[in-house]
Ligand binder design. Sequence first.
Ligand code: PEP
Ligand code: MN
Length: 351
Amino acid sequence: MIVGMNATASREQIEHVCRRIEGLGLQPSVIQFEPPVTIGAIGRVDYQTHQSILESLPGVESVVAISEPYKLVSRTLRKQLSVVRLGEGLAIGRGNFVMMAGPCAVESEEQILRIARSVQRAGARILRGGAYKPRSSPYTFQGLGKEGLRLLELARQETGLKIVTEVMSTEHLDAVCDTADILQIGARNMQNYFLLQCVGRARKPVLLKRGMSATLEELLLAAEYIAAEGTIDILLCERGIRTFETHTRNTLDLGGVARLREMTHLPIVVDPSQASGRRSLVPPLARAAVAAGADGLIIEVHHTPERALSDGAQSLTLEQFEQLMKSLGPYLAAENKTMDSPVAVGVGSQP
Ligand code: PEP
Ligand code: MN
């Protein structure tokens, strides 16, 4: 439910409403701080009973049900788009567009440093790279594990890039948290609800990838699992879904991106690399993603893709990534988005 206070409601009245919401066994969350204040009441809502109790409280203007099964991440709850901040200098969402780039997997010190330096020079702000890799075959390269995390750390120190890397299991969560600025949940783990809950308690921003057969509602419910544990800094990632088409590795659901923009306030990131499986398709899909409403892109880049230990066929070369960065300018301008501003003016803090 959303409780709308009237414009003159006092601080005491707002606090009283929050306490009453708690008394009903629900979780209060102030969504809009400026008057008129709105408060979310999340949990097992009995609308008939709870509405009349809350509506009778002093200072309350209205009580409205949220019809969607996902609440905290719904655009019904929060009309204004969210911004995920990474420290002082970097914000994603609401006009702030961010590029994440790097290899599919961390392979060696030389490899990660070389790629990191290059994508940083080209304008990326976040370095991607898996230390723990969810591979379809158990006989292929599974990632360097702890050593991979150490190398990512090294790359951050050298370039100042933030790090996004996948956490596959709760077993590795503490170690990944020590290195990652953003915890990536892979497509194969989108519905690993226990992992989602543990990640939600880690209080780090999360990049949540859409499962390859997941509906948008299932994606938002997965995000809700994380949000319900206290982390609302979630980036949703469209990375292609499985369809009957075989000429692309997956089918990039750009209609889904546009629809997500209506359904949720969370920033949306698009991964054209996993979506296409082919390097030649990455630049056009990246530009299309900007037009469809993405707030960022995550792109696989390798200095020698033909020798990459994973996903070489879909990795851009260093030069191709640089070119792509240059070509995005007009598309971003048309969407009123920028890669330049560190933090947008007037951006409020998250509720
Ligand atoms: C990846 O980013 O390399 C990856 C494995 O992604 P996904 O989980 O989307 O398949
Ligand atoms: Mn990959």
